[in-house]
Ligand binder design. Structure first.
Ligand SMILES: *Cc1c(COP(=O)(O)O)cnc(C)c1O
Length: 730
């Protein structure tokens, strides 16, 4: 069949549409859009690390226009652009119905890191990923939301290892032209430049806008010719440098963020501080009010009414503290700007204001100047109330005004391609009940959209409990597919990692890991409280488990240690040593350079996700939430979100809902309990097969996990909670 060539204007429109699409992170959670970029240059897709903007540079305009004459590609491009358009212009969002006021006066969300996608590597870990998922769901829900963070030109570090398997860090310079960011310009087309006071200096900054669906996120960048070099480099790295760099970055984030909002005429209803890093914003809000002639008391009261604060960790080192000298230097202009003494400024961040020895704590500043505060799981809320009770004299622990909202994940951003396709095909096979949004069985396209609509609803996941909707055999086939994809990914990465290979090693790579074996994953920051090597405490027993021919298990590890965390680096070194030189070789691998892409492979392919932090230090944790929609099961200490998620049927718990005082005792008990649960529950259940080779009991746990966990532990629910509980209540 012949089709007429597309007119010039239509092609031009599609090309412009693709560029718009590449500059909106919406495509990172839309399968069709990703497939188009991938198809335009499959090799570029791999080598440019899934970067739509870079793909459109790789493919010349001439090539693009020619290829759009392929009617099949053109029709898919049109479809995706239409979906994008209707997403952007959807009139009846949850936010429009439930939080219309926020459209005029948005929530401005301040965070030191945002983790959106592997192409924009400006997050160090879970805090940034959570912020990114928060922003994506705020867009999906149609909530007025603006994000503020810093543009780290060298991002977070890349991980490398020396011959002793000791982690070293290197940095690559990001090129904004090749990123989904756009310069923030004024009406004349020049960059909008603002400034903040740091020490006795004026430090100038510009901003980059990241389009996250319907909402903007602004990244502040001090790399301006007006600045001295040391200030141009202020935004070079995520948490880079010493506490001097840290305090300067935080002044920029908090104070600069507010100033940018003024320059852009954004009239915020609420300033949300995601962790204490952003808390200097309260200084700027108070300063503005004083400059309008208000009293300090009025300015303070009004500022408190505008701010909310989320604390993310009970780990002491997670709370920034600055000593009086550093405060005096970095904030030298601020006492006079606030018309207070430098001692009074220090008091704003002290529990006991008159204690000259107490450092300035950003968490204290944030708590003192917020109308509401929360932890990120029920237990973490409780622990935070205990931690900060000293700030509220006269109140019992339970009266301390710190609540909780349990973290979640952005489902469509985490769900791997094959799983989306699987659910989509299931949806298009079924005629859904009118109440959950009727779709025509024939229309593949409609069903695709409806996955995005349905994916957060309990009803959707409830149907999965029904084996007549999806059979055990189908689910097991999906698990096999995902496990194999992960194992092949691991083999590829390990081959690239192994630079001093012998010929024997080289051949061995395709025999590394066993696609039939129970695959246990552990990937996250190598902060020591997460106890990555805990399982290997029982080394000889674990060796027996991995070498069991009937019921083998295997491990895939990944993660970065903070550049200055030698203990964390020792943990990694230990895991790599075991993977290379012990009897675990071939059954344990360490994938280098953990990031969002590695995470997506791991959370989809692993059968079991291991989480063994020292309770109660894992405030929530989110990586385990990413596995349920892929059919993985959690094996976790009863800490953070898992304490709320686990119901006895939907995964495995290590130990109970308590922990001893003594850390040594705790480590020993947890290690024993971990081994016990693994050998008495996890392995027998996984290998309990029927005549067809299907682990029925295991699969019923997978169904239970999907029904009970997925609709609860996602950011669609979480951002609604923030909206109802905090954003809309003043
Ligand atoms: C989800 C995620 C995390 C958070 O993992 P936790 O186990 O919750 O600490 C960290 N890094 C990356 C890249 C992630 O995707």
């Amino acid at each position: 069949m012949k089709s007429a060539p597309l007119p010039h204007s239509k092609i031009t429109e599609m090309v412009a549409g693709l560029h718009r699409l590449a500059h909106n992170l919406w495509w990172t959670w839309n399968q069709g859009a990703q497939e188009i970029f991938q198809e335009l240059s499959p090799r570029g897709w791999q080598n440019l690390y899934h970067n739509g903007v870079a793909i459109l540079h790789e493919v010349s305009d001439y090539e693009l226009r020619s290829r759009l004459q392929d009617p099949e590609l053109a029709s898919r491009v049109c479809e995706v652009l239409e979906d994008f358009n209707s997403y952007m212009n959807e009139p009846s969002t949850w936010g429009n119905q439930n939080a219309p006021a926020l459209r005029q006066n948005p929530v401005v969300y301040f965070t030191a890191e945002f983790g959106f996608h592997e192409t924009l590597p400006i997050a160090a870990g879970g805090l940034g990923i959570l912020a990114g998922d928060h922003a994506k769901s705020a867009s999906d829900l149609g909530i007025g939301f603006v994000g503020i963070s810093l543009f780290y030109r060298e991002g977070y570090f890349q991980q490398a290892f020396n011959h002793e398997n000791w982690q070293s860090e290197y940095y690559t310079l990001l090129n904004p032209k090749n990123l989904p960011v756009e310069p923030v310009l004024d009406a004349k087309g020049g960059p909008i430049v603002c400034c903040v006071d740091i020490g006795m200096n004026e430090v100038f900054f510009q901003a980059w806008r990241v389009n996250v669906g319907r909402n903007p996120v602004y990244l502040l960048d001090t790399n301006r010719p007006e600045n001295e070099q040391r200030f141009r480099d202020l935004t070079l790295r995520v948490y880079g440098g010493d506490s001097t760099t840290r305090i300067m970055q935080e002044i920029l984030l908090g104070v600069g963020g507010v100033r940018l909002m003024r320059a852009l005429d954004v009239d915020a209803s609420t300033y949300h501080m995601n962790e204490g890093h952003a808390a200097f914003l309260v200084l700027e809000l108070i300063r503005e009010k004083l400059a309008c002639g208000k009293t300090l008391e009025t300015a303070t009261t009004e500022t408190r009414r505008e701010c909310i604060f989320t604390t993310h960790t009970p780990v002491e080192a997670g709370h920034d503290r600055f000593d009086p000298d550093l405060m005096g230097y970095a904030l030298s202009k601020w006492p006079s700007l606030l018309k207070i003494s430098s001692e009074d400024l220090m008091k704003m961040g002290r529990v006991n204001g008159s204690d000259q020895d107490e450092t300035f704590c950003m968490t204290v500043l944030a708590l003192k100047f917020s109308r509401a505060a929360n932890g990120v799981s029920e237990l973490h809320g409780q622990i935070s109330r205990e931690m900060w009770q000293v700030l509220y004299p006269g109140k019992t622990v339970n009266e301390v005004p710190i609540g909780h909202i349990t973290n979640g994940i952005h489902l469509m951003g985490w769900m791997k391609g094959p799983v989306r396709r699987f659910w989509k095909s299931k949806l298009s096979d079924s005629i859904m009940s009118p109440s959950s949004g009727a779709i025509a069985a024939s229309s593949k396209r409609k069903s695709g959209q409806s996955l995005e609509r349905e994916v957060n609803s309990p009803e959707f996941w409830q149907r999965l409990a029904d084996p007549s909707f999806i059979t055990d055999e189908e689910l097991w086939a999906l698990r096999y597919k995902l496990r194999r994809e992960l194992i092949e990914f691991a083999r590829r990465r390990l081959l690239l990692q192994g630079h001093r290979l012998t010929q024997g090693d080289f051949i061995a790579f395709d025999h590394l890991l066993n696609p039939d074996a129970l695959t246990i994953g552990f990937a996250r920051r190598f902060a020591t409280y997460k106890r990555a090597p805990l399982i290997f405490e029982q080394f000889h027993d674990v060796v027996k488990l991995v070498s069991d021919h009937q019921q083998p298990i295997q491990f895939i590890f990944a993660g970065k240690a903070h550049p200055r965390d030698d203990e964390g680096k020792r943990y990694i070194q230990r895991v790599i040593h075991l993977s290379k030189y012990s009897d675990l070789k071939g059954h344990l691998v360490f994938i280098e350079n953990y990031d969002v892409h590695v995470a997506r492979q791991m959370v989809s392919g692993c059968d079991v996700w291991l989480n063994n932090p020292r309770r109660p230090l894992e405030a929530s944790g989110t990586s385990g939430q990413k596995i349920s929609c892929h059919g993985g099961l959690n094996l976790s200490i009863m800490d953070g979100w898992w304490r709320e998620g686990y119901d006895g049927t939907n995964g495995f718990s290590i130990g109970g809902d308590t922990h001893p005082e003594s850390i040594e005792l705790q480590d020993r008990m947890d290690s024993e309990n971990l081994y016990k649960t693994l050998t008495q529950e996890v392995i027998p259940c996984f290998y309990n097969r029927d005549a067809q080779g299907i682990p029925r009991e295991w699969i019923s746990k997978i169904r239970r996990a999907m029904v009970t966990l997925v609709p609860q532990f996602n950011t669609w629910r979480m951002v609604q909670d923030y909206t109802k509980k905090y954003y809309l209540t003043k």
